[in-house]
Write a new protein. Structure first.
Length: 271
């Protein structure tokens, strides 16, 4: 199976592919996977995420199955990579993982039909749509500070081409410190991949490299500094990130982190 990767070598990003425990780089180098400093295997102009798409998560919130998808965007600065640290600001509590299947666009898509949508997919990767729900009340509409902090969208380590993948048989699993905490199958999505592309491309031009985060299963929960979070697309790729605590001066201006009922209800999927 071909797996496209990008790594940092001497401060420069180099593309290549992974075969077993080795990476074969475009500059002729062959390096061990364990020695690689991974970069995101995509170069998007935008990152679009769907709110609810897995039935298990819809049920966990006691919500009705939506008639159509709703979306939000994550800044490009959220993009991060395999084995990169994810920061939880000191004094906050509700940094949640959300393992997701990342769909990556391969060619410019505008007003694409569902039937044709499959031709516009470059491939798939594992992603983690982290959110800091301490800001849930202040940014409930946009979720900018909830989902938009630096490094809150690790993806990788590889991009698996669409021709290598059965899109209706992708098994997603999330682990925290080795314990299975989330699982779901692409066949169960309320809105399949072709629907998302057709829906979005009616009004938004999707460019090569753009990422669509296709939803997370139930059981998103807060993580702690030192936790190792793994998102696995079974048989395709396995994304690992460790949680670290960072000092942030929130000052005396702007919204402050809140330990509120709203934050807790989302962080723990309380109806």
């Amino acid at each position: 199976m071909y797996k496209k990767v990008r790594v940092q070598r001497n401060g420069v990003g180099i593309w290549g592919y992974q075969e077993g425990e080795h990476l074969y780089l475009d500059n002729g180098e062959i390096i061990a996977e364990s020695d690689a400093i991974f970069l995101p295997p995509v170069d998007p102009t935008k990152i679009i995420a769907i709110h609810l798409n897995f039935p298990s998560r819809i049920q966990a919130f006691g919500a009705k199955v939506p008639k159509w998808p709703s979306y939000f965007m994550k800044p490009i600065s959220t993009l991060s990579a395999h084995r990169a640290a994810v920061s939880r600001p000191k004094g906050t509590k509700y940094l949640n993982y959300e393992g997701e299947i990342a769909l990556v666009i391969g060619s410019r898509a505008r007003k694409v039909s569902r039937q044709d949508a499959w031709h516009y997919i470059a491939g798939y990767s594992a992603a983690n749509d982290f959110g800091l729900h301490d800001f849930r009340t202040s940014d409930r509409g946009s979720m900018l500070r909830v989902k938009g902090q630096d490094g809150f969208c690790p993806i990788g380590p590889a991009l698996v081409p669409a021709y290598e993948v059965d899109p209706g048989a992708i098994r997603l699993k999330t682990y925290v410190n080795g314990n299975l905490v989330q699982e779901g199958d692409s066949k169960d999505l309320v809105f399949p991949f072709d629907y998302l592309i057709a829906d979005l491309s009616r009004l938004i031009t999707l460019e090569p490299g753009d990422i669509i985060l296709t939803g997370s299963p139930a059981n998103s929960r807060p993580v702690q500094p030192g936790d190792l979070v793994v998102v696995e697309l079974e048989g395709l790729c396995r994304l690992e990130n460790i949680i670290v605590e960072t000092e942030v001066d929130f000052g005396d201006y702007g919204a402050q982190p809140e330990d509120s009922d709203n934050a807790r209800s989302t962080a723990y999927e309380i109806e």
